[in-house]
Design a protein around this ligand. Structure first.
Ligand SMILES: Cc1cc2nc3c(=O)[nH]c(=O)nc-3n(C[C@H](O)[C@H](O)[C@H](O)COP(=O)(O)OP(=O)(O)OC[C@H]3O[C@@H](n4cnc5c(N)ncnc54)[C@H](O)[C@@H]3O)c2cc1C
Length: 381
């Protein structure tokens, strides 16, 4: 067994897998380590929306990153299919962000102005137009914003397609390999310690979602990440109830292939519990029925929960740790890790190759919440 690599990536979710894919494409000798199965974390729970405009975020840097990432999907879908044989299920029929109150109508009209100023398409549609587009929408809807470019993918397939494509390009993927510590010497990375033994490497990328922040804490790096549990359910219908994603405050419905409809998602802060609660699903069902009454006649399929990795300011951490050469972090993508996975893979591969990132990432620096990264050396056995 080879135990020496240029780069070790910790975490086989959509973020770690995308970084592995982009580095393997550059010809780097990469190992991706996942403590369980690939895509077992938040990445398997996601509804897969590419909501660059439908998700609200005040940060301009984030909005720019999100739009850049969304642009990458059409070509990425073709590339990943070629390498891995996996179809990520990209659907580009747009999103209808619907208003149910007068306040929401006003807020969404402001949102349209903001998107138009940013050079993006966003159209106000009346209640009648909304129901012409989506005849199953309820008569409680007062209108909405149609966002043509916000599509969706099959989130678990995207994650697996990144990992499989990385493997085809030469990356080594190890499941059930837990990283227990990151090893440094004289302020530089020299390896990692896993449940299967030591691996030597010059660079480490931490992409662990909500897991094991103590890996960084062991090095004196404090990057707070807390879980926000989200529950979803899915139903099936003989003929699809919706063509486009319907997005409302507190509930969204995403039509998938084969008459599946994914409905999400609750928000339970600081819960490490992945169980599905009756209260959570009941509240989603009521909201979904308020938006699309015919969902009451659909056939129940399943329900699940996952943990979104949230940061105190809502922005991901992307970058190299000051004070520890070769230690990189790509964590904290909260509600948008699927959307942001392609651009995260690209910019992290740029950074690791010593190139300026193709999109500004200063707003996501690791030290934005730290006075100084006080990295301590880990004893090497
Ligand atoms: C209900 C729900 C709906 C969502 N919907 C959307 C959506 O529509 N669109 C969107 O863009 N985003 C969505 N998200 C958010 C998205 O799922 C996350 O932002 C994204 O999956 C985070 O990816 P990740 O790779 O950082 O984390 P994860 O997918 O959690 O992966 C981290 C991996 O690291 C592994 N790991 C941790 N510690 C170690 C260790 N020490 N050694 C080895 N492996 C380790 C874990 O086992 C895990 O597999 C949703 C999330 C939820 C919960």
């Amino acid at each position: 067994m080879n135990t020496s690599y240029e780069i070790a990536i910790i975490g086989g979710g959509v973020i770690g897998s995308s970084i592995a894919y982009h580095l393997a494409k550059q010809g780097q000798k990469v190992i991706l380590l996942e403590k369980g199965s690939l895509a077992q974390g938040a990445s398997s729970a996601a509804a897969g929306m590419l909501g660059a405009q439908s998700e609200e975020q005040e940060s301009e840097a984030f909005f720019h990153l999100a739009r850049k990432s969304r642009e990458l999907f059409p070509l990425l879908a073709t590339e990943l299919k070629e390498y891995s044989g996996i179809d990520i299920g990209l659907v580009s029929k747009g999103t209808l962000k619907v208003a149910l109150t007068v306040e929401q109508v006003k807020a969404y009209q402001k949102l349209i102005s903001f998107h138009l100023r940013a050079g993006e398409q966003a159209d106000w549609i009346s209640e009648n137009e909304a129901r012409t587009m989506e005849p199953h929408l309820s008569d409680q809807i007062l209108g909405g914003v149609y966002i043509e470019k916000d599509g969706h993918v099959q989130a678990p397939k995207l994650s697996l397609a990144f990992a499989k494509s990385a493997a085809v390009l030469g990356a080594v993927i190890r499941e059930f390999a837990e990283v227990r510590s990151v090893l440094t010497q004289n302020g530089s990375i020299i390896g990692i310690e896993t449940n299967e033994g030591r691996i030597d490497c010059e660079r480490v990328v931490v992409a662990t979602g909500t897991g094991r922040s103590d890996l960084l804490a062991q090095l004196g790096l404090s990057l707070p990440i807390f879980p926000v549990k989200g529950e979803c359910f899915s139903v099936t219908t003989h003929a699809p109830l919706l063509q486009r994603t319907v997005f409302a405050e507190g509930c969204y419905l995403v039509p998938k292939a084969g008459g599946r409809l994914v409905v999400g998602a609750t928000m339970v802060e600081r819960s490490f519990e992945r169980s599905v609660s009756v209260a959570g699903i009941t509240s989603l069902l009521m909201e979904a029925r308020r938006l699309v009454p015919a969902i009451a006649n659909a056939t129940w399929e399943s329900a699940w929960a996952g943990l979104r990795p949230q940061t105190p300011d809502g922005l991901p951490y992307l970058g190299e740790a000051a004070g520890c050469k070769g230690l990189y972090v790509a964590c904290g993508h909260f509600r948008n890790g699927i959307l942001l996975s392609p651009i995260t893979g690209e910019v992290m591969a740029d950074l690791i190759a010593g190139k300026p990132p193709r999109v500004p990432i200063d707003a996501f620096r690791l030290d934005r919440t730290l006075a100084a990264a006080n990295l301590q050396e880990k004893a090497v056995k």
